[in-house]
Design a protein around this ligand. Structure first.
Ligand code: ASP
Length: 345
């Protein structure tokens, strides 16, 4: 998307109020922009309504913020790609330089929202609020949850307390960090959580109540710079299970720059996989070891063979570890340096 800073205007809005903050809505699709049979929560199509329809569904916006929208895509979030992430990071990085842009809200499908939020948490270079949200029920469903989620996301984006806290997610009255948020339910409206870490706080109507913050490096303190990148280093996830064929690692090694393994327990895998990971290290294909369990941590304290040739993921889930490894590979293939990043981010 080739959009210039000047293309976004707040003053052209019919209810422009110079006393309110200016927020950019970046709409990417998802169920929040979905429609289907009246009142049903199933059998709908995600990504059919544009950003203006989403804004029109939010009551009292004229008392909350001046909004300008950009339709980045209108997709089910399974079709979001690294290229969309680079577009979002570049839009936010350029627009955040403008004094009259005070924050961003991104509407997104819920299925990969936790991945996009972590990627942006590591790559946007601003302290201005960047809030992601979505919905579990399409706009046409009974008790659609999109309007409240969007309303509260905009309310958080104008809140001074949201500054410098990294990318956040607002969903079902919870505030979550872009690093730790995870989708934890396939259909309930309250579908997000941080598992071991709870949440950063709560929204009640337009008010935010914070109780904790993410201490890992993010946004302006992160070392990654994706300016000018057109694609990201390839990092797939190999899922280990009983009798898992180590041949999948050969295939991934021939098509990728690094590999994340979703191991069993504390990130372990079988002897044939351990041998294969040793070969990958000799061929300079870094392997990050995660757990298929989404609670607890994976550290260098596992068996000696495992620890020698792989980088433990700390507390990241596999789909987030692959983002950090991909960004790390834009700078280095050194195991020690990558290992440090998995502690810092
Ligand atoms: N499949 C949809 C998506 O991720 C689900 C949702 O938005 O809730 O785009």
């Amino acid at each position: 998307m080739n959009l210039h800073q000047e293309d976004v205007s707040f003053e052209s809005s019919p209810y422009y109020n110079p006393n309110l903050k200016n927020i950019v809505l970046l709409a990417t699709g998802g169920t929040i922009a979905g429609s289907g049979e009246n009142h049903r929560t199933t059998n709908y199509e995600p990504g059919t309504l544009d950003f203006q329809a989403l804004l029109d569904s939010v009551p009292h916006l004229d008392r909350l913020a001046n909004m300008a929208g950009i339709q980045v895509s209108n997709l089910c979030s399974a079709d979001i790609t690294g290229s969309h992430w680079l577009t979002l990071a570049s839009l936010i990085n350029r627009l955040s330089l403008r004094d009259d842009v005070h924050g961003f809200v991104i509407t997104h499908g819920t299925d990969t929202l936790d991945e996009t939020s972590y990627f942006l948490n590591l790559t946007v270079k601003t302290d201005k609020p960047v809030i992601l949200t979505g919905s579990m029920r399409p706009a046409t469903a009974l008790s659609a949850d999109g309007p409240l989620n969007l309303y509260q996301s905009i309310a958080l984006a104008v809140n001074p307390e949201a500054h410098g806290q990294g990318v956040m997610v607002v969903f079902a009255e919870g505030i979550y960090s872009g690093r730790d948020v995870q989708k934890v339910n396939t259909f309930k409206a309250n579908a997000f959580d941080e598992r071991d870490f709870g949440c950063l706080g709560y929204m009640r109507d337009a008010e935010a109540f914070f109780y904790t913050r993410s201490i890992k490096r993010h946004t302006t303190a992160a070392q990654f710079d994706v300016t000018g990148l057109t694609e990201l280093p390839k990092v797939p996830v190999a899922y280990f299970h009983v009798d898992a064929d180590p041949g999948i690692l050969d295939y991934f090694a021939s098509t990728s720059n690094g590999i994340v393994i979703a191991g069993a327990g504390g990130g372990i895998y079988s002897k044939p996989w351990i041998d294969k990971v040793g070969e990958l290290k000799e061929n300079n294909i870094p392997v990050v070891r995660c757990s298929r369990i989404s609670s607890g941590i994976t550290l260098k304290d596992a068996y000696i063979d495992l620890s020698a040739n792989s980088i433990p993921c700390n507390s990241l889930v596999p789909q987030k570890a692959r983002i950090l490894l991909s960004l790390a590979l834009t700078q280095t293939t050194d195991y020690l340096r990558i290992g440090e990043m998995f502690h810092e981010y």
